[in-house]
Write a protein that binds this ligand. Sequence first.
Ligand SMILES: [Fe+2]
Length: 439
Amino acid sequence: MSSGAATKGSPSSKRGVARRIPASRYTSRSWQDLESERLWTRVWQIACTEDCVADPGDYWEYEIGPLSILILRDEEGALHAFQNVCRHRGNQLLEGSGRGLTEVRCRYHQWCYDLKGHLRGKSRNDELAGRPGPVSLLPVSLDTWGGFVFVNPDPDCEPLDEFLEVLPRELAWLGMKDFSCSQFMTVPIACNWKVVVDAFIETYHLHAVHPQMLAIADDVNTPITLYDKHTMFMQPYGVASPRRGGDVSNQEIWEEFVRNLGHRLGLPFASAEEPGPHPPVPEGKTIRDVLVSQIRDHLATLGSRYEDLDDTWIIDDFHYHIFPNAVFNVFAGWYGLIRARPGPTPDESFIDMWNFDLLAADDPDRHPRPEEKFLRPEEVRALGPVLLQDLDLLPNVQKGLQQPGIDTLRLVPAEARIGRMHEILDRYLSPPADQRLPD
Ligand SMILES: [Fe+2]
């Protein structure tokens, strides 16, 4: 990799990182209300992908806490976002997603808006009712990056490019915009949305919750980079964790790699097939070299985008948290997005799981319209052991956080990304003294 690369090394932030987190942030209604009032209304967040609203007349409802935001594409192809509410008596206008929209009509009293959000001329009924003069739907800031539609309910917010800091430049090598969404699944879970994010931005729990992963991932030499709001780590793959003390065979590495990341070798996602014996490892080479070579062969079938990159960019995990609630697990040719959204109470949330594949330029399946699938708990099993292990655990964390004695969470250095997220939460929320991060 020659340029635009992620930084390797110890956490790059000059300032200290919060090590103690008040537990009530995860359980109290007052904190959740503060997030509804001061976070979700003022922060850039991923609403959907551009493929969700690819054509004129396509629309998509994005729900976050009590907010409902309507994203639609007008007749000229421009994207707009509005608060999903009629300016008359406050009825919600649309629900879910759909196509072929030519107007937005409120079903309560038939007030009708064009796709740019302007109230249309008065109908005979409007005249009879004495409808007042022009009014428009409430605008929400919208911009796109990497094939995603970002929204911010604050019409006066900073530009998205400024919010994303260095990430667009740093992730340019991946070519995100060219990827296609192969899966979009939502599952409800009995824990706070931050319990979800916390679990997905540290590797400290790997040895305890996902011990099988120690055969193929180095969870110790995982350098963290802290930007201002966002964070990342780089995790080497195809090598065993030092925690295993060198007792891992090539066959074990091969089997675990195929079970967890076989799709990177061109196999079906979460393939149930037995991995079989590992390929021969030439003299002077390692099983990681063999895996890199097989991934390169697979990537070459998709085009030449990654052919000049060093091995780390081919096999390792570049793992990003975009504040507040989006976690990207990035590999060459494939990435997953976990988005956590608050539920109706502090003890509930929704996990949205998106998978994206780079497909060959002539592949007819490129850029499908993503279809959200709501998973039943038993269907999560089909997604592979790692996700299941996390989802089994997290409701227990939420139950533990309810105990009156656990007033503070204590972070270790490997959890620096969690500390940074909470610092930025304080910046948005200006919480009362008893819920602020300790100095
Ligand atoms: Fe995990």
